[in-house]
Design a protein around this ligand. Structure first.
Ligand SMILES: [Zn+2]
Length: 99
């Protein structure tokens, strides 16, 4: 499993079963990202690797969580996007936006 996105996903057990959570990035200031974990899927029993892989794939396609940058063609966490279609890295490089 390719894992540059692993940091955005976690699977936790609680009293209602298992939850697959996705990190969403918010900002308290231009240089202070805050991570909030959002429950994306729930299972009553421990999920299999296949269930987790499906949940990850679905999360990566969810545009409120991840977006494709049209300049570098990479998937970014929505909180790391400069706009709906350009990531912050490209905004800095190509659009001369300074963070
Ligand atoms: Zn980009």
């Amino acid at each position: 499993m390719q894992d540059e996105f692993a940091k955005y996903f976690r699977c936790v057990a609680d009293d209602q079963g298992w939850a697959f959570e996705v990190a969403t990035i918010g900002w308290e200031g231009p240089h202070s990202p805050v991570v909030n974990w959002r429950v994306f899927r729930r299972w009553k029993r421990k999920p299999t690797d296949a269930s987790i892989a499906r949940a990850r794939a679905a999360a990566l396609k969810n545009r409120t969580l991840f977006r494709l940058c049209e300049l570098c063609d990479e998937i970014n966490a929505a909180g790391h996007m400069h706009s709906a279609s350009v990531c912050q890295g490209c905004a800095e490089q190509h659009l001369r936006v300074v963070y």
